[in-house]
Unconditional design. Structure first.
Length: 162
């Protein structure tokens, strides 16, 4: 009996939370033309008839294709080929520049790794500043990572031309 009562309570709670919430919506326009929507009726407001939302579909609906407008600017194939070639050349130049920057960042990282941060104490002894060294190495590694990512993105962009 106790188990049945618990199951019934759980089912009722689940049913209460699964219902779709629907409220009445009212639209009012003031003397300045400002539109206000509310769930509380007010003087001069009109009730909107809104259909409840359809259940979410698991497959996205394809948009119907629209025809290109007649006044849409068109480019002839020769002009487009010139533009594509210019873009490809710009990307190739940028890729070479980014590869050079990557090599420089890798050199800076290697150099930074070989030169730990040190300071001389009051007693004349030399000490390593581990925190400062780690911060420097993190900055240098972030620089290397950024250039590697840029090279990858430029290469991916250039693959579209093949």
């Amino acid at each position: 009996m106790k188990k049945t009562c618990l199951l019934l309570c759980a089912w009722l709670a689940n049913t209460a939370f699964c219902t779709v919430a629907q409220a009445e919506i009212y639209k009012s326009v003031d003397e300045n033309g400002h539109v206000t929507y509310s769930n509380v009726p007010s003087k001069g407001a009109t009730k909107l008839e809104i259909d409840p939302p359809a259940p979410a579909s698991t497959t996205p609906k394809a948009r119907p294709q629209q025809a290109t407008p007649n006044n849409f600017p068109r480019v002839d194939s020769q002009t487009q080929k010139k533009r594509d070639d210019q873009r490809k050349n710009i990307l190739l130049e940028e890729l070479e520049s980014e590869k050079a920057a990557l090599e420089e960042a890798k050199r800076a990282y290697a150099e930074g790794e070989s030169k730990p941060e040190v300071y001389r104490g009051a007693n004349g002894k030399t000490y390593r500043n581990v925190v400062k060294f780690e911060e420097k190495m993190q900055r240098l590694q972030a620089d290397v990572d950024a250039h590697e990512k840029n090279v990858q993105l430029l290469q991916k962009e250039l693959e579209a031309f093949k």
